[in-house]
Design a binder for this molecule. Structure first.
Ligand SMILES: CC(C)(COP(=O)(O)OP(=O)(O)OC[C@H]1O[C@@H](n2cnc3c(N)ncnc32)[C@H](O)[C@@H]1OP(=O)(O)O)[C@@H](O)C(=O)NCCC(=O)NCCS
Length: 159
């Protein structure tokens, strides 16, 4: 099995939307216009993974303009047929490489309370679950972090 990482490009957008469509309930595909912007403006932190030539995973991430030391990871999605093969690890490693090139010191992301696979995945890669104001299944969660009713577990990776 060979994992190949590429930067998101416009011709890949339909495939990425089909991939993200399989992420329910934790990931929902964004619009083609959103992915056009990611491919055109943020491709170096929006890697796509191919396993033996088949699109198997994608990450969208962005360097913050408000705090340029940080890269925010928006979505991490691996096709159900390709999980536990190191695809998310390879995708996030490529974001770390780019972030270090810029001199960034931190990646961070949020996941929904109850997303056990995500929590296990971040912890396995030594991300820290930041303190919240409630605990859900042993995970620290910040209430209303992304707006009313949008509680999120917040994780960071210092690089
Ligand atoms: C979370 C997700 C991205 C992980 O992707 P992945 O490619 O399977 O992760 P990796 O293969 O790189 O896993 C690395 C390590 O994380 C841990 N891990 C990953 N998924 C796990 C699971 N379901 N249960 C327990 N541990 C898990 C393991 O320690 C794993 O190493 P191992 O397989 O050698 O034991 C994937 O399950 C997914 O796409 N889920 C749906 C979308 C989603 O919820 N995204 C996160 C919210 S943004």
């Amino acid at each position: 099995m060979t994992i190949t990482i590429s930067s998101l490009s416009v011709p890949m957008i339909d495939g990425v939307i089909s991939l993200m469509d399989q992420g329910d309930p934790f990931i929902r595909a964004r619009t083609a216009s959103d992915y056009w912007a990611y491919a055109t403006l943020f491709s170096s932190t929006c890697p796509v993974a191919f396993v033996d030539g088949v699109l198997a995973g994608a990450v969208t991430a962005f360097r913050s303009q408000d705090d340029p030391s940080g890269v925010y990871v928006q979505d991490v999605m691996v096709h159900p047929d390709h999980r536990r093969q190191g695809v998310a690890t390879a995708l996030l490693d490529s974001v770390v490489v780019q972030a270090r090139t810029w001199g960034c010191t931190r990646l961070w992301l949020t996941s929904e309370p109850g997303n056990r696979a995500a929590d296990a995945s971040w912890r396995a890669r030594v991300w820290t679950n930041l303190p919240g104001d409630q605990e859900v299944d042993g995970v620290e969660v910040k209430s209303n972090f992304k707006g009313p009713g949008k509680d999120r577990a917040v994780y960071e990776l210092l690089i």
